[in-house]
Design a protein around this ligand. Structure first.
Ligand SMILES: Nc1ncnc2c1ncn2[C@@H]1O[C@H](COP(=O)(O)OP(=O)(O)OP(=O)(O)O)[C@@H](O)[C@H]1O
Length: 477
């Protein structure tokens, strides 16, 4: 068993970091009733989201039904499996069944549209606790997101990861230097699974680990690209760079983006220019590969990307932190911004019966003024979240405060409605009981007609019988 699995936290108390989120999950479970909202746990990969859900089920002695994106998420499957489980009680005697829907941000593709709708319907009907898990809250469809309580998970800090890795080393009877641990935690950048995997890879066949073992044994995809970029920085020989490129599972265009990020750190301006020239040549080869569908050209693109840039670093010894292409980060932020704007326009469009595109193009500014005049009312009327409100108010702090207040009010209203409907149900029950009692009394006092007729008939038969002997006597004479 790999270490990431072997050292998966068993109980909520074993989950490292994210104390507030863990407490929120545990409080939710302890106070859970069929009317509780599902949870949506979000955060980067490998930080304990799934582990927390599974640990919760163990702590609560709940059965688990796990669905993930690889399940055939057609509407009917979800309705059959999760719908039934959600609406009925467990077959195996445990009091509850926790439904974990992983990769909930993967449901928006065309094929899964039905899946997202089915999940939203199930969330509304659910009679069992449900936890959804996603990497990106904004990848989750709006209709699902607004039915859930958000539980954001943050990356694990380096010190927490190093402490855990030290414990694992002790349990595995391996000695591991501080430099090795910090090299791993730096590469893992908050991803605990990645850190444990790297530790596992570095320790294979060893009783002591040094930083060097870590560099050459990083197992996962990202670790390989780290090796390759580190090789470029170090100005490694061509043969080594070719070997690393072959081992790295990333496609040439991805490698190019990583190396491009590092090219900007070549100190000398002339060398920097030549590094970019090598990258641009690699780009041309990549383009030709695609146009001609002639994949042999890929190898030239890779050679220009790695050796071409490494030559300009010339083993300068300077090694900045290896970072994923900043373009990705920008694209990620831009994508999120776009999604927020799109969902905001959809809500406002529905509210004012105006096409979404027109809201975005023409009315956003005007509506911003409406929102600024009475933010709380506006937020409640259009059911906005803090990010959507930020676009209108241009002030994140204010938007967050308004959103929190709106949530508080909504919760109060919900409680009030629940109380009212509980009181209404009790009154209706009482009325029903009183009606039943009156009916019983009436029945006791007024026997049914058939019963009265039967009694009269019986009485008349008795009378007839009494008269019968005297008649016989007369007949006899
Ligand atoms: N907070 C944590 N405390 C202890 N171990 C952790 C933690 N987070 C991750 N791990 C380790 O990483 C492994 C994977 O964690 P988990 O499956 O919970 O990650 P995840 O956040 O659900 O990732 P993904 O989004 O990729 O599913 C666990 O088995 C465990 O070894």
């Amino acid at each position: 068993m790999d270490w990431a699995e072997r050292y998966r936290p068993e109980h909520l108390a074993d989950i490292l970091g994210n104390n507030a989120a863990v407490k929120q999950i545990s409080d939710w479970a302890r106070n859970w009733t069929p009317s509780s909202r599902p949870l949506l746990i979000t955060g980067k990969p490998g930080i304990g989201k799934t582990s927390a859900a599974l640990a919760l089920a163990r702590d609560m002695d709940w059965e688990v039904l796990e669905l993930n994106a690889s399940d055939a998420r057609t509407k009917s499957v979800i309705e059959r499996v999760a719908g039934n489980s959600a609406a009925t009680t467990s077959l195996f005697g445990a009091s509850r069944k926790l439904i974990i829907i992983d990769e909930a941000d993967n449901l928006e593709g065309n094929a899964d549209r039905g899946g997202a709708r089915a999940i939203a319907d199930i969330l509304k009907e659910a009679r069992q606790p449900i936890i959804l898990i996603a990497n990106d809250a904004y990848g989750v469809s709006d209709s699902i997101r607004k039915l859930c309580d958000a539980v954001p998970f943050r990356s694990i800090t380096s010190s927490t990861m190093e402490k855990r890795m030290r414990e694992i080393c002790t349990m595995e009877k391996i000695s591991c230097g501080t430099d090795a641990l910090s090299a791993i935690s730096e590469s893992a950048s908050g991803d605990m699974r990645s850190a444990v995997n790297m530790l596992f890879g570095a320790s294979t066949g060893k009783t002591a680990i040094t930083a060097e073992d870590v560099n050459t044994s990083q197992k996962d995809e990202r670790a390989s690209i780290f090796d390759l970029v580190a090789g470029v920085y170090a100005g490694a020989p061509d043969a080594k760079l070719q070997k690393l490129s072959r081992e790295c599972e990333e496609k040439p265009d991805t490698v190019m983006q990583w190396v491009e990020e590092s090219a900007s750190t070549v100190a000398d301006a002339n060398r920097r220019t030549r590094a970019y020239a090598a990258l641009s040549r690699a780009d041309i080869y990549l383009g030709r590969t695609m146009v001609r569908q002639y994949y042999t050209l890929w190898r030239y693109a890779t050679a220009m990307t790695t050796s071409g840039v490494a030559k300009e670093f010339d083993g300068a010894g300077f090694r900045p932190r290896i970072m994923p292409p900043s373009r990705w980060r920008r694209m990620g932020t831009a994508k999120k911004q776009k999604t927020v704007r799109r969902t905001l326009a959809a809500k406002l469009g529905e509210g004012y019966s105006i096409p979404d595109a027109q809201i975005q193009r023409v009315y956003l500014d005007l509506l911003s003024r409406f929102a600024a005049a009475s933010p709380l009312e506006f937020c409640e009327r259009h059911d906005l979240d803090d990010d959507q409100l930020t676009i209108l108010l241009h002030d994140k702090t204010e938007a967050t405060a308004v959103f929190k207040e709106a949530q508080k009010l909504a919760k109060e209203r919900e409680m009030k409605m629940k109380k009212i409907s509980a009181a209404k149900r009790a009154a209706a029950r009482k009325e029903e009981e009183e009606r039943e009692a009156e009916l019983e009394k009436f029945r006791a006092e007024n026997p049914p007609v058939q019963q009265v007729v039967a009694e009269v008939v019986a009485e008349s038969v008795v009378e007839e019988k009494k008269k019968a002997p005297s008649q016989a006597t007369l007949d006899f004479f």
